[in-house]
Design a protein around this ligand. Sequence first.
Ligand code: GTP
Ligand code: MG
Ligand code: ZN
Length: 344
Amino acid sequence: MTPDRELGWNDALEASWQSIGAPGEPGRVSRIDRGWSTVMRHARDDQPLRIRNLYVDVAVGDWVVPSDDGEQVAHIVERTSAFTRRASHEGDRFEADVLAANIDAVFLVHALGAPPNQRRLERELVLAYDSGAEPVVVLTKVDLVIDAEPTRSELEAVALGVPVLVASGLEHIGIDRIRAYAAGNRTLAFLGASGVGKSTLVNALLDDEVMDTGEVRYADQRGRHTTVASQLLRLPGEGWLIDTPGVRAVSLWLSGDGIERAFADVFDLMDHCRFRDCKHDQEPGCAVQAAIERGELAPERLTSLERLVAEEAALEAEQERYVRRADRRRPPRRSGRGQSPPTG
Ligand SMILES: Nc1nc2c(ncn2[C@@H]2O[C@H](COP(=O)(O)OP(=O)(O)OP(=O)(O)O)[C@@H](O)[C@H]2O)c(=O)[nH]1
Ligand SMILES: [Mg+2]
Ligand SMILES: [Zn+2]
């Protein structure tokens, strides 16, 4: 049986699966509970498999091949995208924590009615590009403001052509434009600070009260609800949605070319500096400083870039130190920058 395209199977996944000899019958992980994966075999599977995920770092959204005895995950089909949290060091294990996999479009959610936060958006764009998903910015809670334009144009200035949508989860405004990204059985996910309105957007998309929102828990006085378990949810019409807790922009993994893409304007300027090793500080002929002087580049954007580059370098150094130490203690394993999760 070929995997169900309605469940999100696509040409890229097919090619990866073929490249490992097209084993078994891949299904998609819809949730994970302490070592157990729930695996759907087709889009309307109401009796999904429950199998063990021993020795494999499975994430919600993954396509997995069950073992012949149907008891455990035998392979993970190579991911088209992955949200990865910073490695946690546990004993001599060195692992990045994959929160969600095979996401096609990621919505970077900001709330209107609060000051626009360009720095946060820059960081989220880096993480989105690094994940491999297509970023889209959503400004929600539009019902709270008279004019969304000032905030929109401030965030557009750092979005560099990434679409910036306006919506309200509460008032069901702009929901169809978000849903349109799921056409072709694609998978959506939401990233953003706590309280910006992600769960409310998810509810509006599902047209249902699937996710708890802050308000709900305020009522029963147990404090804010934060989504606790990732799950793959079917959207009405077509497409999928992964609701992920803890995808806070602060602690994610940095790797790949996310910084280069999110700061493409600054990198373009850097190509025009007189000296190849320009530090973009006091050097003569620095195209970056010239753009700042002309008012074409905000100095905060350069600072923001430098901070992210330093952070990535520190993370890499830490990884390398850790891997070197671990390598002295046991046989070599794949490691290094942007360490790819095991795929089987
Ligand atoms: N006025 C207005 N309020 C909204 C809107 N969307 C969400 N809210 C309110 O904002 C609060 C937080 O919304 P949530 O959807 O729970 O936020 P969240 O991003 O899921 O938060 P975490 O789960 O903590 O990350 C709740 O009180 C919502 O009712 C909106 O479009 N308009
Ligand atoms: Mg939430
Ligand atoms: Zn320069």
